[in-house]
Design a protein around this ligand. Sequence first.
Ligand code: NDP
Length: 265
Amino acid sequence: MRLKGKIALVTGAARGIGESIALHFAAEGAFVYVTDIDEENGEKVALAIGQCARFRLLDVRDERGWQKLTADILQEHGRLDIVVNNAGITGFEEGFVPHDPEHTSLAAWRKVHETNLDGVFLGCKYAIKAMRATGQGSIINISSRSGIVGIPTAAAYASSKAAVRNHTKSVALYCAQQNLTVRCNSIHPAAILTPMWEPMLGNGPDRAANMAAFVQDTPLRRFGLPAEVACVAVMLASDESAYLTGTEINIDGGILAGSAGTPAK
Ligand code: NDP
């Protein structure tokens, strides 16, 4: 019960990493607001958790939605302790569109940034405001390995995630300056097997080969699991990490440690 008595909000929690974080938070004793634009699956996640969860429709790009939801949470619980800004898109959700620096359209570039960056900006903004009620809290931003290295075929995604990495540090410093015990840290996953990967892996006979190809440069030679990211989020949400702020945690099977770590074939 490492999160006993805490009130948490997780965005993009209808599936994948966000769903796993919501389940882990509830298992550790938190009351969890499961939020997403996917109402059907979001409701299912909240139902599976039970009394300690509630689904709320929240498009992270919608400032009014953030205002309303955080006001409702404060009215209901008088506090908001944990916000996980998890919702994110790659830009390939509706099929292939060019995402390299030369051919990406301005519209496609902006669309990715609206969810991945503007959404995190709003999430941090309203988390800080809500956390003033108690003067403490933990904000966790889900960035990516792609926020640390360039991705030539997913430039908007990489750019948005890099901005999230940096904004996390601005938020951490701002909260410290304001004498708030509000911490803000980023998690940088890579190759976590969630529905986000489905369009890239396919369901055909090539699936196993596609999966192997995606992790061939990963020292641990496998995809990570949503639960493995959720465990890191629990640590950052709990008081165990009271002295961690403005930092970043890579959870990537060792890929950013350097290619020399790849085991010999
Ligand atoms: P998924 O695509 O599996 O889940 C994302 C969820 O967010 C979906 O339910 C989606 O709804 C929802 N969502 C999309 N746009 C919005 C929005 N504007 N407002 C609210 N919810 C929204 O993603 P993952 O679980 O794989 O990824 C979660 C986070 O982790 C993302 O930020 C991603 O960039 C990051 N990440 C993931 C990695 C991975 O390998 N999986 C690696 C590195 C980082 P809908 O399905 O209806 O669109």
